[in-house]
Design a protein around this ligand. Sequence first.
Ligand code: IPD
Ligand code: CA
Ligand code: CA
Ligand code: CA
Length: 257
Amino acid sequence: MNYLEQAEEIAREAGEMLLAKRAGRPVVADTKSSPTDVVTELDRASEELIRSRIPAGHAVLGEEEGATGSGSVRWIVDPIDGTVNFLYGLPDWAVSIAVEVDGQIVAGVVNNVPRGEVFTASLGGGAWLGGERLRCTTGVPLEQALVATGFGYSAARRAVQAEVVAHVLPRVRDIRRGGSCAVDLCSVAAGRVDAYYERGTNAWDHAAGGLIAREAGALVGGMHGRPVGPEMAICAAPGLFEALHDLIAPLDPERDA
Ligand code: IPD
Ligand code: CA
Ligand code: CA
Ligand code: CA
């Protein structure tokens, strides 16, 4: 089995476990960085299951348990991306698993469990939803672009994000806040939105979805030619990417918040 097949099998198994155990409203185990930043017992159970299936000797970076192991192969895991949607029974949350070899993401799976949609990509192998090859939209001018975004959990960061979205909203077709970065990136890949941007996402949020979007023809990057890091991430087809970048850049969203 190659890495993509392994990652897909694990993401499907975690999704089945989550659906089976999600009876009523799941229990909030804790809040993390702020009262809005919740983690449920099932986020932890999902990561535990995923880790138990990853081959011994591989490094893992997971949202709930952090970084373990070392070596050239690293699995990057978000056990539930969209925990708030999961908590409220909204239909966009996903198990996101990427495999990185020598610093390059080579496989990515985003299992949008409630919708029964499993997005996959391998480096150079295209992006897929079941048997359908995905392509992002192209040639969409900024003013006709449907743009997804998300908000972090700290009030200070949200204040900056609110300024940015107030600047973007009058200049695009509309804004969507779906609640899962991984699903947002897959939505760009599938042409369901034209672009996505967000400040402050982590590798586990965007590693798998970022590969899926790239393999569907989108650019995924940070500001001013930088790769996606802890700052602003933008995802869109060439042309729209630059237009959205230039719209956001003057607001200096990279400042600390
Ligand atoms: C969050 C989701 C959300 C995004 C946040 C992420 P979580 O991840 O991806 O859409 O706006 O920045 O932290 O906590 O649900 O795994
Ligand atoms: Ca979280
Ligand atoms: Ca996440
Ligand atoms: Ca998560």
